[in-house]
Design a protein around this ligand. Sequence first.
Ligand code: GLU
Length: 486
Amino acid sequence: MSETVRVRFAPSPTGDLHLGNVRTALYNWLFARHMKGAFILRVEDTDKERSTPEHCENLMDIMTWLGLKWDEGPRVGGPHEPYLQSQRTELYEYHLVRLKERGLVYPCYCTEEELDLERKRQMGRGHMPKYGGKCKKLTPDEVKKLDADGKTSVLRFAVPPGEIVMQDEVRGEVTFPDDQLGDFVLTRSDKSPTYNFTVVVDDALMKVTHVIRGEDHLSNTPKQILLYEALGFTPPKWAHLSIIKGPDGQKLSKRHGETSVESYKAKGYLPDAFLNYLALLGWAPKSGEILSLDQMAAEFDLTHVGKSGAIFDPVKLHWMGSQYLVKMSLDDLTRAVLPYLADAQLFTREQARARFDWLKQVVDVVRTSMGCFSDVTKETFFFFSDELHFEPAQSEEMKGQKTLMEAFHKAFNGISEFNGDNFLQAVKEVGKIAGVKGKALYHPLRLALTGREDGPELVRIAPLLGKAEVLKRLMIWTVDDVKTIK
Ligand code: GLU
């Protein structure tokens, strides 16, 4: 029987989870579900300065909101507790002793300045910087003396010679040539263990079978492979995911817009839509683009994960969001957008209680333009407020439409039942009399009523605005000096 798959997501709680983290978490989760294995959450909080309990709680809240439940980890426990690295110090110490006993580590007393100088010299000669191994040559007596003198030291792993070849599930065979890796640090001067050491101890003890993570960790993998060997553990299978890029082809960063998942939650993206979009950043499912988490899990496999970097496209995310919003019932959608309207002070909860049916119709008119709940404010603004903003060019255009606006005003005023049909009838009659049609007829009317260049059909908007409001918005453009009124 083949071994049960065990994967982990191992975030460092040093900030908000970003899109790349969550895509990694999602692929691990999908792989675990697909293989009927276990998904572990392990918090890598050894960086004492930058890790905070708040970030740790937040990241778990976000994972929960997304529906990426973990089988083992903080909050749920499991057979390999604790799942916070800050609580696993004794385990690291134990395995460090094993490495010491085998003579595979040595103390290094080089100062930051010395290391910096060495790095600069190497780079000046066009070489890749790496530790030259000066302290490896220290005799036991010299070490004793340096310790007695109170010199601080780190512990380095003595890298054996030879190239390292690894098999990556996404990238195929990757070779790290001999002589590129310097002896790397396992514990800092305050004795705290470094990432490369703790990750190996934990992945091995937690029996992780596949390490699926971002390609930014590819260069750490040879170090980790050596530590597996040194500790007598069997290495896992590796899968390094390409980085997510912005539309300009550069690594996705703040300057491309929001990168924290928190911000997409705040905007009101549905978690399933958000995950569906992230899943496509590097994986091409065979059965189309819109898939539930269960469908994705049924189909997911690492062989269809691409090697080249995926591009994050906010327009496509918006599209994906809209695909999920249209599936919501109108009642649910209206209730969901209400907090956003209330926050934007467009419509209070009391108003919504009194006019819920009207609000539902408003939401229905704009729902296909929305990718997330917060889009409701910009899409429906003109329903709630007559403080429409006109660009100078638009004002100029409207000032030239005085006669047409007067004609609309007169025609609409004469409608007794202000519904869509009668509105449309009146618009057509005005067009006939004025001798204008198409864009020339509808565009100025749209601008006057909504302050926008485009949007849903006016025949749906006007009845919801109501006759009095429509007349008021036309009136502004029928007087001679618009400026004094506006
Ligand atoms: N804590 C590391 C990170 O957040 C984990 C890397 C790994 O998956 O090995 O980048």
